[in-house]
Ligand binder design. Structure first.
Ligand SMILES: Nc1ncnc2c1ncn2[C@@H]1O[C@H](COP(=O)(O)OP(=O)(O)OP(=O)(O)O)[C@@H](O)[C@H]1O
Length: 269
């Protein structure tokens, strides 16, 4: 459903140019939950922005359902790390969630129903008439998730969505995301630098090298679902997978300081 072919992205020109994404190719299957991990500054955000059509790649292509992505596709929604900048402080929670729906051919009643459903899905019905600044960080990020859900996306791109909240809230948001994914059946591509989070959430983890990034490994996460923060993370298989991903990322970081980025390696099955 989402195909990335030899994508690269450089910022600037000539001697001052920075190549953030080197040469990245992968495919995302419909309905899958994929996490993209890599060291800080390796180009994860840049890559996600290219996939969503917010940024034009320097070379390579992105196809969504076989069509080249040249701008944000209608069936794609985005959740950013920084909820405080993505929500409108002068609008109530309800109006924030409803905002993108105004650009869809929906009447007022339908918009209200979709908004109510999205707020209920993230358990924020009681906060509908509050303003974002009256909510905790975790609640604000749930508003941002509700806004994306209300859009009824086929693909949800999430850029470090839980990086700005405390550990307890982060676990709760991870579990909420797993519930929403199984309820709505959308395709999720989530960027994180947290390897435990990636292994816990995903059914596939793609590891990126340092910038200019390449895919250095692919891990199929066959841990049973539904997952549980305590039982799943206690499994020997969870520990093995996180160690495998960590080793690959550390290895590619140290190799990159001395040699060109390594070729793709076979992942843990
Ligand atoms: N607008 C820009 N102009 C110039 N360089 C940029 C721009 N945005 C990002 N970069 C550079 O591209 C590289 C990749 O940045 P990017 O934010 O995509 O990485 P990241 O993996 O998401 O980082 P982090 O994990 O720290 O969030 C970095 O070297 C960064 O400085």
């Amino acid at each position: 459903m989402l195909e990335v072919h030899n994508l690269s992205k450089s910022y600037g020109h000539g001697a001052g140019a920075t190549t953030a994404v080197g040469d990245v190719s992968f495919t995302i299957e419909a309905g899958s939950f994929t996490c993209l991990v890599g060291p800080s500054g390796c180009g994860k955000t840049t890559l996600l922005r290219c996939l969503s059509g917010l940024l034009e790649p320097t070379s390579g292509t992105v196809l969504f359902d076989g069509q080249p992505v040249t701008g944000p596709p209608e069936k794609m929604a985005f959740v950013f790390q920084d909820y405080s900048r993505s929500l409108m402080p002068w609008m109530t929670v309800r109006h924030n969630v409803e905002l993108p729906l105004r650009y869809r051919s929906m009447d007022k009643k339908e918009r209200a129903a979709v908004t109510d459903e999205a707020l209920a899905a993230v358990r924020l019905t009681a906060a509908a008439e509050k303003y974002p600044w009256q909510l905790s960080g975790g609640m604000q990020q749930r508003v941002a998730i509700a806004r994306a859900l209300a859009y009824r996306p086929e693909v949800l791109l999430m850029d470090e969505p839980f990086a700005s909240v405390d550990a307890q809230t982060r676990s709760e948001l991870e579990d909420l995301m797993l519930d929403l994914w199984s309820t709505y059946g959308m395709t999720v591509l989530l960027v994180t630098h947290d390897i435990d989070e990636a292994v816990y959430l995903a059914d596939r983890v793609l590891a990126l090298s340092t910038s200019p990034s390449r895919v250095t490994g692919e891990f199929h996460i066959d841990l049973a679902r539904p997952r549980n923060q305590i039982n799943t993370k206690d499994l020997p298989a969870f520990a093995h997978l996180r160690t495998d991903v960590l080793k690959l990322i550390q290895n590619s970081s140290s190799t990159a300081q001395h040699a060109p980025a390594p070729a793709a390696v076979a992942g843990h099955a």
